[in-house]
Design a protein around this ligand. Structure first.
Ligand code: SAM
Length: 230
């Protein structure tokens, strides 16, 4: 179980930089280490609220890139330069809307998806893994060949099975931790690169029945309980 340190150095750093959560430092580190999201690239952030990862992603891709976030929850202060959509990533209309906002296939799909935790370890782990599988489904329709994914996962009994599913679709998949992860947390990140697109897959950009609402800023170990820590 993660140690709860409400005012640790990452919390203070996030406040000082006007970031909504410490989670931003995790994606910042992963982008730098794995050289992901260069200027001009297109990224989709699954489970973007309240906007920590998305603000880092929008800044990384810059004005010539596209950063689209989607979440069940409203993102109260969408980062400058990003588009946020409210909706369920498993919904075909939401997927279509993300594709339309992106304008082309994505270079990178990130997923910090997490369910509301029930406190029942087996149930929470199963729901987290289902979300990871949904993120992979999403990426299979949205990623361009050679594209990359970053997915938050928690160590659990079916961890190896989930990682194997990702490995089947990418040339490489590495499991790593970040410095900003709380000590004792079972949180891990999967960085998968070199997406192998299935032949004949559909284009996700059908805007006709796109049901999600968009919001644009005006300017600019085994059996362990998964813990929310963003
Ligand atoms: C840990 S939070 C994301 C924090 C965010 N990355 C940040 O840096 O601010 C996980 C998010 O996943 C979202 N989520 C869970 N299931 C979802 C689904 N099926 N579709 C879209 N969003 C979902 C939740 O609403 C929640 O906001």
């Amino acid at each position: 179980m993660a140690r709860y340190l409400p005012h640790d150095s990452y919390y203070r750093k996030a406040r000082a930089r006007g970031l909504p959560s410490r989670a931003a430092f995790k994606i910042e580190e992963l982008l730098a280490r794995f050289r992901l999201a260069p200027p001009g690239s297109r990224v989709v952030d699954l489970g973007c609220a309240p906007g920590g990862w998305l603000s880092v992603l929008a800044r990384a891709v810059g004005p010539k890139g596209r950063a689209v976030g989607v979440d069940l929850a409203f993102c109260p202060n969408p980062p400058a330069g990003a588009v946020t959509l409210i909706g369920d990533i498993r919904d075909a209309a939401v997927r279509a809307r993300v594709g339309a906002e992106l304008g082309a296939m994505a270079d990178l799909v990130t997923s910090d998806l997490a369910p509301k935790l029930s406190g029942i370890p087996e149930r929470d782990e199963a729901r987290l893994l289902e979300l990871a599988a949904s993120a992979l489904d999403f990426a299979q329709a949205a990623l361009k060949p050679g594209g990359a994914m970053v997915v938050k996962l928690f160590m659990g009994e079916r961890f190896g099975e989930v990682v194997a599913r990702f490995k089947a679709h990418f040339e490489s998949a590495e499991v790593t931790r970040t410095r900003a992860t709380r000590p004792g947390s079972s949180e891990l990140y999967l960085v998968a690169r070199g997406f192998r697109a299935a032949p004949g897959r559909g284009v996700p950009c059908d805007v006709r029945d796109a049901g999600a609402k968009a919001h644009r800023p005006a300017a600019g170990g085994k059996g362990r309980r998964p813990e929310a820590e963003s």
